[in-house]
Design a protein around this ligand. Structure first.
Ligand code: NI
Ligand code: MN
Length: 235
């Protein structure tokens, strides 16, 4: 399993020949201003969305249509994009489904989930989610946008993720202090901080977070935009 990071909460997970995108936020992502991503290029086998906010769903519809790839999301969010012509796979919290590349489970996240309509009014789109992707080459947990909650312990116990992607930006999600607690509860050997330094309000020092993880016996992987992490084969 290889994880390619595009900044914010956007990543491309490569499992064998399959490319699974989580929360594609590319065209309007300030971190990609100098390195635009061509949505039409590359391979897209599936797109997984944690919730409706535009910094997570930005390019999802275009990407899904361009590649005829399924959008995997909670029921209301999937329906919203199905109405706009996307091929979708609706799921809901607690449920799993085995796709050709591995098993996806949607797990709880404490946040909100909406998109603005043409008048700027929020359309509420069901519950937000975290994503657990279990494959032959390892298990990934992408927490989505979330507060700290004690059932993260359960996610750790049940699914034993090898790598956890945790928001550290604060303001809209957990900050670094809460994310550190989350990491100790989840016990994934590798932790990738996400959802920070995209906007001034979520600026954080990832280096300090990585140091704090080290004190807890966990390995932080501070991916810069455009960098990849390959999960060691032993995991
Ligand atoms: Ni959000
Ligand atoms: Mn967000």
């Amino acid at each position: 399993m290889e994880i390619h990071y595009y900044g914010h909460a956007t990543c491309e997970v490569i499992v064998g020949e399959h490319h699974i995108w989580i929360d594609p936020f590319l065209s309007d992502n300030p971190l990609l201003k100098d390195r635009p991503v061509d949505i039409a290029s590359g391979r897209v086998d599936a797109i997984v969305l944690t919730h409706g906010h535009s910094d997570h769903t930005g390019d999802a519809l275009l990407m899904a249509k361009t590649h005829n790839a399924p959008l995997i999301a909670t029921f209301e969010l999937a329906q919203h994009f199905a109405q706009q012509g996307a091929n979708v796979h609706p799921m809901n919290l607690g449920g799993g489904y085995t796709f050709p590349f591995g098993r996806i489970r949607l797990v709880p996240a404490f946040h909100s989930s909406s998109l603005a309509d043409q008048n700027g009014q929020p359309i509420y789109l069901g519950m937000p989610a975290g994503v657990v992707l279990t494959t032959e080459t390892g298990t990934l947990y992408h927490a989505g946008d979330t507060a700290l909650f004690t059932d993260m312990k359960l996610i750790g116990e049940l699914y034993r993720p090898d790598v956890a992607l945790l928001p550290i930006g604060d303001n809209f999600t957990m900050g670094p202090e809460e994310a550190l607690i989350a990491a100790t509860w989840i016990q994934a050997p590798y932790v990738i901080p996400i959802h920070y330094n995209t906007f001034p309000v979520i600026e954080q020092d990832a280096t300090r977070f990585i140091e704090a993880l080290k004190d807890k016996g966990l390995t932080g992987v501070p991916l810069k935009v455009g960098e990849s992490f390959r999960l060691p084969a032993s995991h």
